[in-house]
Ligand binder design. Structure first.
Ligand code: GLP
Length: 252
């Protein structure tokens, strides 16, 4: 895994946006995988700046990683709403080309299968943006997720419900307990992955993801199987990585 270090979250966002802009090159209609949560927000801000400066993503297709099950689409914290607010608008995407799992479907199992089919029909994801949960989850693939898992309904770990309660007035009782998420196997089929993480709360999961064994107990460790992953980290998120993992110009 390639690791890029920035002093802070804003810098990590700028660095991740540069990686993405360079990877997309002048491809007219890329397929992006987009994440929610606080991790990618500095990246989306930096990408929005590039869009204002001329990067054209109007013909991009995008697939969100996940969505809560049972949360109304128009709830401000549904990932439909978050993607509309933080991604579609700022990046100038065409809403008709942006897909989010149907968490309110009466048949979420069928919705999961439809989502996989839609990704395949689009030709697969060119570049997947990822965050990481403090327990090492990617998307909503919690500890215990298999490396070949596909889009499916999952139960959220208590730690994730607690972590995400900050988006629900701090009330864990308001956080949905199930989600539809792309599987680890689905995510690993993306041609390139850019994971952004910042803050001390991610340091332990990152050290285990990069330097530990590949294990379902730390789902992000399965990223070691992919040959085109860039981790863009701030100093706090990288603080528990051994110096051997860090870029040679990281102040050693
Ligand atoms: C959330 C999302 C993930 C995200 C992760 C980290 O619950 N489902 O896609 O990467 O957990 O969240 P945050 O970036 O807010 O720390």
């Amino acid at each position: 895994m390639r690791i890029l270090l920035s002093p802070d979250a804003t810098g990590a966002g700028v660095a991740a946006a540069a990686v993405i802009a360079s990877s997309l090159g002048d491809r007219p209609a890329p397929v992006l995988g987009v994440a929610t949560g606080s991790s990618p927000q500095p990246l989306y801000r930096a990408l929005a700046g590039r869009v204002q400066a001329g990067l054209d993503l109007a013909r991009a297709t995008a697939f969100a990683l996940d969505e809560y099950v049972g949360l109304p689409v128009d709830h401000p914290e549904s990932y439909h709403s978050v993607i509309a607010r933080e991604v579609i608008g700022p990046l100038g995407l065409d809403p008709s080309r942006v897909h989010v799992p149907e968490g309110i479907s009466a048949d979420p199992v069928a919705a999961a299968a439809r989502y996989e089919a839609a990704i395949a029909a689009a030709g697969g994801v060119d570049l997947q943006i990822l965050g990481i949960g403090a327990n090492g989850h990617i998307g909503f693939n919690e500890p215990g997720s298999a490396p070949d898992s596909r889009t499916r309904v999952v139960d959220l770990a208590p730690r994730t419900v607690a972590d995400n309660s900050r988006f629900f007035d701090g009330d864990t009782g308001l956080v949905p307990t199930r989600a539809l998420t792309q599987g680890i196997g689905t995510i690993l089929e993306a041609r390139e992955i850019v994971l952004i993480a910042w803050g001390e709360s991610k340091a332990d999961a990152l050290a285990r993801a990069v330097e530990g064994p590949q294990t379902a107990e730390l789902p992000a460790s399965f990223l070691q199987r992919h040959d085109r992953v860039t981790l863009v980290l701030d100093a706090a998120a990288a603080s528990r990585l051994s110096s051997a993992s860090l870029p040679v110009d990281a102040g050693r």
